[in-house]
Design a protein around this ligand. Structure first.
Ligand SMILES: Cc1cc2nc3c(=O)[nH]c(=O)nc-3n(C[C@H](O)[C@H](O)[C@H](O)COP(=O)(O)OP(=O)(O)OC[C@H]3O[C@@H](n4cnc5c(N)ncnc54)[C@H](O)[C@@H]3O)c2cc1C
Length: 405
């Protein structure tokens, strides 16, 4: 893939820059942030300066003005070293910012995109609720029109950047009689609960954003993996949201979120691919130096074949991810290709990291080597932004849609 048909000179330039950043700035701190389960503000500041938190957005809105292939390269390269850093880019850009970019008014874009794209504040996306997970249409959060405002009540579960973020796009029911067509989306602002740790780096808050009373974050999740990513509840108690903060039209929130998730799934596929490739590179390195029975273990066919399988599957994953990214860039429907890329790469991340731990023997089961963290980080890729079962459902529906009306 070094001479990939998907990449031009610009892609390779960004890839090398992100590789260098991941090697010099992420690799040395990844195990520590995993252990303490804290958000890596110092690196967020650096990622903002490098333009990694607004890769595909126009330069006049604070973005880097690059294409979606470049964006996937960034997630892929970061995740090879640390999945949490890769997820931060993906959740912030696709989930937190793209709905405003794609469905927002000019005024909404001008107000909210620059602080997000520059990495000054973190953004997130609130769809999942206690009783609305895979069945996201089961949203119970309500938004009732009161004059120039909507009054929001309810809560969201498992929201990436729930504590550290200031700008959120969330769904709420505006018409309980209309099913998923009665769900709308809104832009909400709150205070960053981790501001004390962010402040020394001059980020985490933007003066122009006014926190909405009644909008707060709840319990922080203590997770198996993605531990340097912040996942929390969002709580809405009589939050007065100005009608100007309705995103898109009333009743379009669910449809718009489904479109956002199509793109998000390619991001999680790139992230999963990065985890798999990072684990593979560690396994290859280790197997070539670890000697047993007087020879490098890579020379045993049982190990060499595992490495060969990992490399082949990773190559297949790259084609799925970068093909889907190109389709998205060209404005084509990606429902099927995004679901296939996400399904294949997330399950690949799990298989590859399990093999990488196995290749490391007992050492792979300790924190001495990063493959242990990579294996923990891989599992959620089969769950977040639609479980593997839901991806299979999406793919099978796409296969049958012209056959069974
Ligand atoms: C670390 C983390 C970060 C997250 N970040 C966000 C975020 O930023 N924003 C957000 O909105 N959400 C976020 N989520 C939520 C995530 O998208 C959901 O957890 C996921 O969609 C699954 O929903 P659930 O957990 O309620 O599981 P459930 O929907 O209860 O699923 C439980 C099991 O049932 C299976 N199942 C359900 N329905 C079917 C079906 N029809 N056919 C076959 N099997 C089925 C599932 O595949 C799964 O195996 C995050 C979750 C985590 C853990």
């Amino acid at each position: 893939m070094e001479d990939s048909l998907y990449f031009n000179e610009e892609h390779l330039r960004v890839r090398d820059m992100v590789r260098e950043f991941a090697r010099d700035e992420v690799a040395p701190v990844a195990a520590r942030y995993d252990a303490i389960a804290e958000f890596p503000w110092e690196n967020i500041k650096k990622m903002g300066e490098l333009g990694l938190l607004g890769v595909p957005w126009p330069e006049d809105l604070g973005g880097a003005g690059l294409d979606l292939t470049t964006y996937m390269i960034v997630i892929h390269e970061l995740a090879k070293v640390d999945a949490s850093h890769g997820l931060t880019v993906s959740a912030h850009t696709t989930l937190g910012t793209s709905p405003i970019m794609y469905f927002g008014t000019e005024a909404q874009k001008k107000k909210y995109v620059p602080p997000l794209a520059s990495g000054r504040v973190m953004g997130g996306f609130g769809l999942t609720e206690e009783s609305a997970g895979s069945d996201a249409g089961g949203t119970r959060t309500t938004a009732v029109r009161r004059g120039n405002c909507y009054l929001l009540n309810g809560s969201k579960r498992f929201i990436t950047h729930g504590g550290v973020g200031e700008i959120f796009v969330v769904t709420a029911v505006t018409d309980p009689t209309a099913g998923t067509r009665g769900i709308s989306s809104f832009i909400l602002t709150k205070t960053n609960d981790d501001l004390e740790r962010a402040a020394p780096y001059g980020i985490g808050h933007d003066e122009s954003l006014v926190p909405m009373p009644g909008f707060s974050s709840g319990k922080k999740e203590d997770k198996l993996g993605w531990r340097a990513s912040d996942t929390r509840e969002l709580i809405f108690q009589d939050v007065e949201v100005p009608a100007d903060n309705l995103l898109g039209e009333e009743g379009q929130g669910f449809v718009n979120f489904m479109r956002t998730l199509d793109a998000g799934r390619i991001g999680i596929a790139a992230l999963s691919l990065g985890i798999a490739e990072g684990a593979f590179e560690e396994a290859l390195k280790y197997a070539s130096v670890r000697k047993q029975f007087g020879q490098p273990i890579a020379e045993f066919q049982g190990i060499g074949f595992q490495l060969a399988d990992m490399a082949t599957e990773i190559e297949a994953g790259k084609h799925l991810v970068y093909h889907a990214a190109r389709m998205l860039q060209e404005g084509k429907s990606v429902t099927r290709s995004a679901a296939m890329a996400k399904l294949f790469c997330s399950e690949l991340a799990m298989r590859a990291t399990i093999k990488a731990v196995q290749v490391h023997g007992g050492y792979g089961y300790t924190k001495e080597y990063p493959v242990e963290r990579m294996m923990r980080d891989a599992k959620i890729c089969e769950i977040g932004e639609g479980t593997s079962e839901i991806q299979r459902l999406v793919i099978s529906r796409e296969l049958l849609k012209d056959l069974i009306p």
